[in-house]
Unconditional design. Structure first.
Length: 391
């Protein structure tokens, strides 16, 4: 029996074709640093990094590739914004389905005098721009939202919220961890001022590389959380005041950027819309069958409308961790179980404290894999009801 991977919300697998090869060739044949060496290999590496910035600029429709800043992950990027932009006395709005990549740094900042309110989502994880209006105060400075819940896959209407931010003069920051490379994201159309992304999920790149894109108006308003050598202005001990150098101190993860570059080439060739359509076909096929199984409660939306290929299930009457364990140990089906680093989302979805078993699909998955999974779930639940030892 081959392994079946249904944990793409955690990290995509397999990666885009040739990602590993491109990274390996860079390391083996010339892993030179950029912005430091004045020789051909260093210039070639710098050119590859610049090309990757250009591809990300085009993907998200930001004005200039200099606004693309590389970090180790979307979590680092969100910390740059939350800890570098917000000041004591500022008020921020978030949704009630945010990941801890937003909530933990925000709770840290709350202890330093930053205020926040979590606008309640409905039991399907949905929220509207109008829901935010009642929570805006005189000292509200920004709205931070995920683009889609990592727990239930519900998509947040970022264009509506972005329009509200523009109307009220607020800064809008968006966490695209679950949507970059899956949904079309236009920073200009959605009035996004700060977009945080990661390379290893929907973008199909390697772990350890992500970044953010800051609008021109934020360029001098975010204080760098990390500072050091950049290879530029080396005669000064002051932090550069221009992008991307202002936020790219130290040596970048160049193998990661090379891998991301290869993944972006694949995304462009395969087509994001085509890949999403294939993924949603698999998601619908799974949803239509799994929700008919006795003892299965689907968290969030019950259809594919307004959601990603992420399905969280609460196996009512059973320990979710046991079901996930048996899926892996007996049937080699990989899922994620628990809180998914988003306890506030589980409270919203009424799946706290038991959590859920999360199935998250890729366009590489097949209906045959779903059939195996559905049969396995039915067998596991039947055996558990009969009190059988499945080990």
């Amino acid at each position: 029996m081959k392994d079946i991977y249904f944990d793409n919300s955690s990290t995509s697998f397999p990666k885009a074709p040739n990602v590993g090869r491109a990274m390996g060739e860079f390391i083996e044949n010339g892993a030179f640093n950029i912005n430091r060496g004045s020789y051909e290999g260093a210039y070639e590496a710098g050119s590859a990094v610049l090309d990757t910035r250009e591809m990300l600029k085009d993907l998200f429709n930001c004005p200039n590739s200099k606004n693309v800043v590389f970090t180790p992950s979307v979590t680092y990027s969100l910390n740059f914004f939350i800890k570098g932009f917000l000041k004591p006395g500022d008020h921020v709005l978030v949704t009630s389905v945010e990941h801890n990549a937003v909530m933990r740094p925000l709770v840290q900042m709350e202890k330093l005098g930053v205020e926040f309110d979590a606008v309640p989502c409905d039991e399907e994880g949905g929220v509207t721009a109008d829901d935010f209006r009642a929570y805006i105060k005189e000292n509200t400075k920004a709205i931070i939202t995920t683009h889609a819940s990592n727990v239930c896959g519900t998509i947040i209407p970022i264009e509506e919220i972005g329009a509200l931010c523009k109307e009220k003069g607020l800064v809008y920051a968006v966490d695209t961890a679950q949507t970059a490379g899956i949904l079309n994201i236009d920073m200009q159309k959605a009035n996004i001022d700060f977009l945080a992304f990661t390379g290893h999920k929907g973008l199909l790149g390697p772990q350890g590389i992500g970044g953010f894109i800051a609008s021109d108006k934020l360029e001098g308003l975010i204080e760098p959380v990390i500072s050091g050598g950049t290879g530029s202005l080396s005669d000064s001990e002051e932090i550069p005041d221009f992008l991307p150098d202002r936020f790219e101190s130290g040596t970048l993860n160049l193998p990661g950027i090379i891998g991301l570059h290869q993944a972006l080439v694949y995304l462009k060739e395969a087509g994001i819309d085509n890949m999403r359509n294939e993924k949603m076909e698999i998601t619908k096929y799974f949803l239509d069958q799994v929700k008919e199984i006795e003892g299965v409660k689907v968290a969030g939306k019950k259809t594919v409308e307004g959601r990603l290929g992420v399905v969280s299930i609460d196996f009512e009457g059973f320990d979710n961790s046991i079901v996930s364990f048996y899926l892996s140990s007996k049937y080699k089906i990989m899922t994620r179980v628990g809180m998914h680093c988003a306890p506030r989302a589980h409270k919203t979805l009424k799946t706290f404290p038991q959590g859920t078993v999360r199935f998250s699909f890729s366009h590489f998955n097949t209906k045959e894999e779903v059939d195996v999974c559905i049969d396995s779930i039915k067998t596991i639940l039947s055996d558990l009801r009969q009190g059988e030892d499945l080990i």
